[in-house]
Design a protein around this ligand. Structure first.
Ligand code: COA
Length: 207
């Protein structure tokens, strides 16, 4: 396995300090042109009628039936990208609160806002720009359904993900520094740029 310096730094520091950027996507802004991949077929799944097809698409990509069912039953939208019929990646959108487990916080969307979470491109398909191709139809769907903004939180040291958020022209509206230093009983989250409580509350039962 090959490790880049960012991944090494991430592994060394993540038990003590985590830094997350909260990105806001303005859905009315023009998007950067994405190179068209003629082999990529993207399907959107939402609603109970799409549950079985969503399970069939996402279990081979590593998600459990329980996770997919729970998310679809909450009304989430999932976009799945297929290459030659094989699921290559996915991205989820929630039209309500999402628990950010790694921070012990729950993020709350504002008016006409959605939360974009859990995006993954399977390892063997990475570095071909698929994340853009898989997310683009979601942005169209959201615009067509009257949504104005989308929020996502990204680990600063997750360079592929961070780079893509930036490339998409998204704005960092908050930075969260999450500390759990030796001797600290509870994780402490500090925010820069905006008060933490403007978007997050503590998840019940989380330390
Ligand atoms: C984040 C992720 C979805 C990006 O998907 P992708 O389709 O591979 O993205 P791209 O091909 O557009 O690559 C994005 C950038 O990251 C770089 N990159 C991708 N994988 C990389 C790796 N393992 N190490 C270093 N750089 C990497 C790419 O080269 C590109 O930058 P460049 O154009 O300057 O070279 C994918 O890396 C992934 O699934 N990661 C694990 C899950 C995750 O972190 N999800 C996001 C948080 S919810």
């Amino acid at each position: 396995m090959r490790y880049d310096p960012w991944t090494i730094l991430h592994r060394l520091t993540r038990s003590f300090v985590r830094v997350y950027c909260v990105f806001e996507a303005d859905l009315s802004r023009p998007r950067p042109a994405i190179p068209h991949n003629p082999d990529l077929v993207v399907r959107l799944f939402r609603g109970i009628d799409d549950l079985q097809p969503a399970i069939a698409a996402l279990v081979p990509a590593g998600l459990t039936i329980e996770d997919v069912s729970a998310r679809i039953r909450k009304g989430d939208l999932v976009s799945v990208g297929f290459l030659n019929g094989i699921p290559a990646g996915y991205t989820w959108t929630r039209f309500g609160d999402v628990s950010a487990k790694e921070l012990g916080l729950t993020i709350h969307p504002r008016t006409r806002e959605v939360i974009q979470y859990d995006s993954l491109v399977l390892k063997r398909f990475r570095r071909h720009g698929l994340q853009f191709g898989i997310a683009a139809p979601v942005l169209d769907y959201l615009q067509q359904n009257g949504y104005a903004t989308g929020l996502a939180w990204v680990d600063l040291l997750n360079r592929p993900s961070y780079k893509n958020q930036r490339r998409w022209g998204k704005k960092v509206i908050m930075i969260i520094i999450s500390l759990k230093l030796p001797g600290m009983e509870q994780r402490r989250n500090l925010s820069l740029g905006a008060p933490l409580h403007s978007l997050f509350t503590k998840t019940c039962g989380q330390k």
